[in-house]
Design a protein around this ligand. Structure first.
Ligand code: NOJ
Length: 524
C-alpha cells in the first residue's frame, strides 16, 4: 500500500517559475514535461506541483476557482494527464496540491452561496445568520467578509480575505448558524472534496499534498474531529486508490499521522524547531558553529516515538512559503544541510532551485506572495536569455531573476565536479543504495547536545546500520562512538577518524559509516 514513498525523493515545482514553453513569461505543464529527464538525472523520482487549477491568482493559485480545471496559462487537463503518463514512464510519481479549506470568491460554489435566494450551496461555506453577527472570533477562522453580498450574513475566511472557508462544521456547534460535523451540509462539502480527489486520481495523479490540513473543522480543540475527518478521507483512498498518498501541511505529526496522513511536513510554523536548522540568526548548518539543533532533535524524537509505524515525518529543504535556504547558508554549507536532509527518515522534499542554491531575492509582492515572492523566482537553467527559463520579453517574466554576476545556473552546476548539484546527486544515489537510509529505516540519535557539534545518529534497517555524523562547524569536534565501523560510504570534506571509541570529525565534514550490523550491540 503506497509503498512507493519508501524510495521517493520529491522535487517541488512552483509551476509559475519552472519552465515556460510558450514564451508568455509564466511556466507551464509542457515546460515541466520537458524537464522530467533533468529531474530524474538529479535523482528525484516524485513531483509535487503547487496548485495549477483555474484561479484569479490572488494567492498564487491557492484561491481555486475550479478544482477540476487546469488554469489555461499552464495548459489543459490533457497536458496534466500527459505529465502523469510521462512521469510514470520514467518511474516517477506526481502529487497535486489539494486545497480543501477554502476556495476563491470566484468559485461557482461561492457565487451561489452568496446569493440571497435559497440554493443547494447555501451551506457550502461558513456563514453567520446576519450581516451584523461576525464569525471571525472562532478557532480556525482568520477573518470574515461582511457587507459585500446580497446574502444576509458574514462569511468566514480561512487565510487571505479572498479565501472563504468551506464548511466542514464545528466540533461543538454553539450558535444556530454553526453546522455540526455530521450535518448534511458539512458532509456534502466533504463528499465534494472526495469527488475532487477522485477526479484527479482517476486521471493518473498519485496523491496529494494537502494545504492547511488542520484547518477544516472549526473550534476543534485538540483537532480530534479534524483527525476523524481525515481518517474518513484515508478510508476512501484505501478503498479506491490504495497506492495514492496524502501528505499534510500540518506540522504536528502526532496528530496528522493519527488522522491517516502518510506523511507530515515539519515547517516554518508550529512547534518543530525546523527553523533552528537552516533559517535563523545562527542556523545549525552554518560554519560559524553557533547553532543549536537540540530542541529540534528533542521534538523530532518525541514525534517519532508517538508515530512510529503510523506514517512518516518529512523535513523539506524549503518551500514556496519560506525564504530560500541560500539566504542563510552558502552552497558549501548547503551541502552539509543536504547530507542531513537526505539521510533522515521520511521522504525528502527538495524545493526547485535549491539544488543550485538559487538566491532569495528582495521583490515586491506578486500574486499574494509578499515576503514569499523572493523564493518563487524563475528557475535559472543556463546563461542564455532569461537564464533559459522563457523566450518571452524580460518584463513579462513572473518575477525578476537574480542579476548578480555569480547567479547560479543549472548547466554550470551540472558540469562542475564540486558543485552543490553534484553533491546532491551523489547523496541521493547513496540514499537509494542503502535501505537503512531510506524512508522507513529506523533512527537513533547518538549525539546532539545543546549548542554543541557534531550531530550524530544511527540509521538502521534489518542488519544494516549506518552511522551519520555531521560537523557543520568550522572546528574539529569529537563524540563517543560505541560502534565498530566497517566501511565509509560517504565523506564530505576531510575524513572522520575513530579511535578508542571516539569519533573525531574535522571542520566542515560529514561521514556516513557502515557499522558492524550486529543489531545495535556497542563496542568500545
Ligand atoms: C499554505 C500554502 O502553502 C500557502 O502558499 C498558501 O498561501 C496558504 N496555505 C493558503 O492556502
Amino acid at each position: 500500500m503506497a509503498n512507493w514513498l519508501e524510495n521517493s525523493v520529491f522535487y517541488e515545482i512552483y509551476p509559475q517559475s519552472f519552465c515556460d514553453s510558450n514564451g508568455d513569461g509564466i511556466g507551464d505543464i509542457p515546460g515541466i514535461i520537458g524537464k522530467l529527464d533533468y529531474i530524474r538525472e538529479l535523482g528525484c523520482n516524485a513531483l509535487w506541483l503547487n496548485p495549477c487549477y483555474l484561479s484569479p491568482f490572488g494567492d498564487a493559485g491557492y484561491d481555486v476557482a475550479d478544482y477540476c480545471q487546469v488554469a489555461p496559462r499552464y495548459g489543459s487537463n490533457e497536458d496534466l494527464e500527459h505529465l502523469f503518463q510521462e512521469a510514470h514512464k520514467r518511474e516517477m510519481h506526481v502529487i497535486l496540491d489539494l486545497v480543501p479549506g477554502h476556495t476563491s470568491t470566484e468559485h461557482p460554489w461561492f457565487k451561489e452561496s452568496s446569493k440571497a435566494e435559497e440554493n443547494p450551496y447555501q451551506g457550502r461555506y461558513i456563514w453567520s445568520d446576519s450581516v451584523w453577527r461576525d464569525v471571525a472570533d472562532y478557532e480556525g477562522i482568520t477573518g470574515s467578509l461582511r457587507g459585500l453580498f446580497l446574502r444576509d450574513g458574514c462569511v468566514a475566511v480561512n487565510f487571505f480575505s479572498n479565501q472563504p472557508a468551506l464548511n466542514y462544521g464545528f466540533a461543538n456547534p454553539k450558535e444556530p448558524w454553526q453546522s455540526a460535523v455530521d450535518s448534511p451540509e458539512a458532509l456534502e462539502t466533504r463528499q465534494a472534496m472526495k469527488d475532487v480527489m477522485d477526479f484527479w486520481l482517476s486521471k493518473g495523479c498519485d496523491g496529494f499534498r494537502v494545504d492547511m490540513a488542520a484547518s477544516l473543522i472549526k473550534n476543534d480543540e485538540g483537532h480530534k474531529e479534524t483527525m476523524k475527518l481525515w481518517q474518513d478521507m484515508r478510508g476512501f483512498l484505501d478503498k479506491n486508490y490504495p497506492d495514492a498518498v496524502m501528505i499534510s501541511e500540518w506540522g504536528e505529526p502526532d496528530k496528522s499521522l493519527m488522522g491517516g496522513f502518510h506523511m507530515d511536513f515539519l515547517l516554518h510554523f508550529g512547534p518543530s524547531h525546523y527553523m533552528d536548522l537552516f533559517r535563523c540568526e545562527h542556523p545549525y548548518f552554518s560554519r560559524e558553529g553557533r547553532g543549536d539543533a537540540s530542541l529540534f532533535v528533542e521534538t523530532y524524537k518525541k514525534n517519532y516515538r508517538l508515530t512510529e509505524g503510523k506514517g512518516m515525518i518529512c523535513i523539506p529543504s524549503g518551500n514556496h512559503d519560506m525564504e530560500r535556504m541560500r539566504k542563510f547558508l552558502d552552497p558549501e554549507e548547503m551541502k552539509m544541510a543536504f547530507a542531513f536532509l537526505l539521510s533522515m527518515p521520511g521522504a525528502p522534499f527538495l524545493y526547485y532551485g535549491d539544488e543550485i542554491g538559487l538566491r532569495h531575492l528582495k521583490l515586491t509582492s506578486v500574486e499574494g506572495g509578499y515576503n514569499r515572492t523572493g523564493a518563487r523566482t524563475p528557475m535559472q537553467w543556463n546563461c542564455e536569455k532569461n537564464y533559459g527559463f522563457s523566450e518571452g520579453e524580460r518584463e513579462m517574466l513572473y518575477t525578476p531573476q537574480d542579476e548578480s554576476e555569480d547567479a547560479p545556473v543549472v548547466s554550470e552546476e551540472m558540469l562542475r565536479e564540486d558543485s552543490l548539484w553534484r553533491e546532491i546527486q551523489k547523496l541521493i544515489k547513496i540514499r537509494r543504495k542503502y535501505p537503512a537510509l531510506c524512508a522507513s529505516g529506523g533512527i537513533e540519535f547518538l549525539y546532539c547536545e545543546p549548542e554543541k557539534y557534531p550531530l550524530a545518529y544511527l540509521r538502521r534497517a534489518g542488519e544494516e546500520e549506518i552511522l551519520v555524523a555531521l560537523n557543520p562547524s568550522g572546528k574539529e569536534v569529537c563524540c563517543k562512538c560505541p560502534y565498530e565501523v566497517k566501511e565509509r560510504i560517504y565523506t564530505l570534506g576531510k575524513p572522520a577518524k575513530r579511535e578508542a571509541g571516539v569519533l573525531c570529525l574535522p571542520a566542515e565534514s560529514a561521514a556516513f559509516l557502515k557499522c558492524a550490523g550486529n543489531g545495535g550491540k556497542k563496542y568500545n
